[in-house]
Design a protein around this ligand. Structure first.
Ligand SMILES: Cc1cc2nc3c(=O)[nH]c(=O)nc-3n(C[C@H](O)[C@H](O)[C@H](O)COP(=O)(O)OP(=O)(O)OC[C@H]3O[C@@H](n4cnc5c(N)ncnc54)[C@H](O)[C@@H]3O)c2cc1C
Length: 331
């Protein structure tokens, strides 16, 4: 394993922010993991997949390890086991081509398998936690592997135990329960529209294709327009807050979800009401077709982008009394 010093991460994050780290190493296999120095403190390490959920705001005094994309998927004891470096969408395609269901609604989410449990990725009414059985972690300080069950991962909406950052853990593999008899979930409005007048039970592959088409029509390709997907989480609000806002804004979107208590509203809608859809200052801005997506139009620095997100947060707090929480990890 080669360790590079003073390395630029500009080509390693989808917001294309230029930032340097003290040391950088690429992980291709378990033996690379096991070769990592054991004396690195938790605060001095950063583990990365494709950098599609990170905003760098300053140079990092850290040892950055990044998984090199490499597909490795097997079936063991009826579970689908994927290596952390497997591109997430390759896993979805692999599964639907084998008529195995459970993650088809998560098609086209950028990034690698190892990052998926970190924020319990979710889309179109499905979350990773619905199919995940275990997560294997490598403890770089002890050199031991450990398996966490679904319950031990403490999953909730875009959250997991891995966000606490108080363990020297690198996610190395995940085990998923994907089966051909799982029910498809096309309850989300855009999917219902896609399948209107068609079979009520489309194949997993058809659902993944529909999700892919919807996403391609709505979201900017991060490799053409640098972005990190939804910048903020959809806020969970109680019914009193919802009623207070609805007195002045009857069209406030409200959706119930099985994945969290309370009602969720749309962060994109809140930002749009505050005028952030398409808003741009220099090279930092929000996408003109989707207010929740922070974009780098060229050479925005991490600080430019951070300033834009702080402005947006402040505006939503003042207008609606709701505090938006970042979905993207800000470093
Ligand atoms: C256009 C676009 C659309 C998106 N849509 C969605 C969506 O619909 N739903 C959704 O949930 N997300 C979405 N995202 C966010 C992002 O794709 C996911 O969070 C993805 O899982 C990040 O993968 P990554 O490999 O890029 O991780 P990175 O951004 O590199 O890392 C994300 C976090 O995971 C940690 N991490 C990464 N790998 C490991 C590992 N092996 N062990 C321990 N920790 C690790 C990192 O330290 C970091 O904190 C979107 C992003 C973009 C750009």
């Amino acid at each position: 394993m080669k360790i590079l010093e003073n390395y630029s991460l500009k080509n390693h994050n989808t917001l294309a922010v230029d930032c340097y780290c003290d040391q950088f190493a690429e992980i291709k296999s378990l033996s690379d993991l096991e070769a990592l120095p054991k004396d690195i403190k938790i605060t001095e390490m950063l583990i990365m997949g494709c950098g599609s959920n990170i905003l760098f705001t300053e140079n990092l005094s850290r040892f950055v390890v990044q998984f090199k994309p490499r597909k490795h998927i097997t079936i063991v004891d009826n579970l689908v086991v994927a290596w952390a470096g497997t591109p997430w969408n390759d896993l979805v395609n692999w599964a639907v081509n084998k008529n195995l269901g459970g993650i088809e609604n998560l098609a086209l989410i950028p990034g690698l398998v190892g990052a998926a449990p970190f924020q319990n990725i979710g889309a179109y009414g499905t979350e990773l936690q619905d199919s995940l059985v275990w997560v294997e972690v490598y403890n770089w300080q002890t050199g031991l592997y450990h398996r966490l069950s679904n319950e031990e991962c403490l999953f909730s909406y875009r959250h997991s135990i891995f966000k606490y950052h108080d363990q020297p853990w690198i996610i190395s593999r995940i085990g998923l329960d994907l089966r051909n008899d799982k029910p498809v979930n096309i309850s989300y409005q855009p999917l219902q529209e896609k399948f209107a007048g068609q079979s009520k039970n489309p194949s997993f592959k058809k659902v993944a294709q529909a999700v892919t088409e919807i996403r391609q029509s709505k979201l900017p390709d991060p490799y053409k327009i640098p972005n990190a997907g939804s910048f903020f989480k959809n806020p969970v609000i109680d019914s009193q807050v919802a009623q207070r806002i609805q007195r002045r804004h009857k069209d406030l979107p409200i959706f119930e979800t099985k994945h969290c208590e309370g009602q969720k509203t749309s962060a994109a809608w809140l930002l749009e009401q505050c005028g952030f859809k398409g808003h741009r200052e220099g090279d930092a801005g929000f996408y003109d077709k989707h207010a929740l997506i922070l974009v780098n139009h060229g050479n925005a620095s991490g600080q430019d982008l951070l300033k834009m997100t702080k402005m947006a947060k402040r505006a939503v707090k003042i207008k609606f009394g709701i505090v938006l929480e970042e979905e993207v990890r800000v470093l």
